[in-house]
Design a protein around this ligand. Sequence first.
Ligand SMILES: C[S@@+](CC[C@H](N)C(=O)[O-])C[C@H]1O[C@@H](n2cnc3c(N)ncnc32)[C@H](O)[C@@H]1O
Length: 433
Amino acid sequence: MAISPSLLIADDAIRQSIKALPARYWDFASADTKEWTHGYHSYPAMMIPQIARGLIAIVQRHQPGIRSLFDPFMGSGTSLVEGLLAGLTVVGSDLNPLSRLITQAKTTAWDPDALQFWAETLTDYVKGVRTSETDRPQFRNMTFWFKPAVITDLARIKQSIETVIPEEFRPFFWVAFSDTVRWVSNSRNTEFKLYRLDETRLAQWNPDVLRTFRKVIARNQIGNARLWERRPLPPVSLYAYNAMDLSALPDETLDLMVTSPPYGDSRTTVAYGQFSRLSLEWLNLVETSEGPSPNKLDQAMLGGLASNELHHTLPSETLTAALNQIAHHDSGRARDVLSFYQDLDVTLREIARVMRPGGYQCWVVGNRTVKNVKLLTDRIITELSERHGLVPVVNFTRTIPNKRMPKENSPSNQVGAKVATMNGEQIFILRKN
Ligand SMILES: C[S@@+](CC[C@H](N)C(=O)[O-])C[C@H]1O[C@@H](n2cnc3c(N)ncnc32)[C@H](O)[C@@H]1O
């Protein structure tokens, strides 16, 4: 099929724009990553907003006609917020119900005066809620993860939001509640996996739940006020789709993708389900979501179920070579790795299908190491995407100055034995023919 010369010109212009940037431009070591609504809620492996912003700006400069941005692994919605700020209609999806709640709040602008009124009404109301009137949620290990006084206060806030706050304002307050749940739980807040505080710290742990909640609300109100100034905002569509099945989205409709996929399966890399479990339990998103329960969420994510065999037909030499090397040391780990890339390959087909011909895909990926073998996910995605009609445009590395992610793990399961699993990330752009 003949390729339109204008596309080749745009590809080249994008490459030149990136080449012309100063060295280490993409590090954003001192950038404010919490501006706008980006600071609403912590989330594992968040994208640096300035990276999404930079990529969108470059593509928009050379394809001024683009109207929509898609993120099939939207997480906390970083690229969607940046898409909105760039005037694009945004479409996002994620299996994790907490991701959708956070992204909904971060992409909505509420009238700041109304929000202030409801925040004051809510905090006044909470003070008068008697604990005996409160229905506490029941979930497994609740008292392991929360002290009794904390459970009482969280239940008071939850009941107050349900009683006082009108439906349309609730996402804002549920997100503040969810972030509060995380801060006041007995889990170590510096970790994204659920680890309980050690006994000494636990004994001294008496968080002020209401104060924490008020602080989170006040912080998030600042972000909302900024977004409000940018009205009218383009439309936002958020879905619960598994990226392996985007069949509800029509073919060839989306102009630009900016995404950061999971680094690997949740068992051995970032456990999004585990990170979200306490919030999901408190928010009752367990019953209401059509997706998997919090305990099953990680299994449903890419690579969640290990492959039974090592034989595969994926057209990636880079992957095959890495799998052979890993299998030499540990065939079980090789099967884990294969299952992740088999699932990822299905998503590549789906993403390619929903994107408009000529549209760009911007990927930000972490290349991790398994059994001392580096998994070059950027190359693997590029190779696998070829049969879905994608051509490589540009690929470069950024060093990670401050991102919270698993930099180290124990490859040999020996206590204390650690190697760096990721020391930078790859940013690359593909274009659909
Ligand atoms: C690296 S995170 C995205 C972070 C996001 N860029 C941000 O700034 O917050 C990857 C996301 O992929 C989601 N995910 C993993 N497997 C998925 C699947 N099969 N379908 C849809 N989402 C999935 C996880 O829930 C997680 O939110």
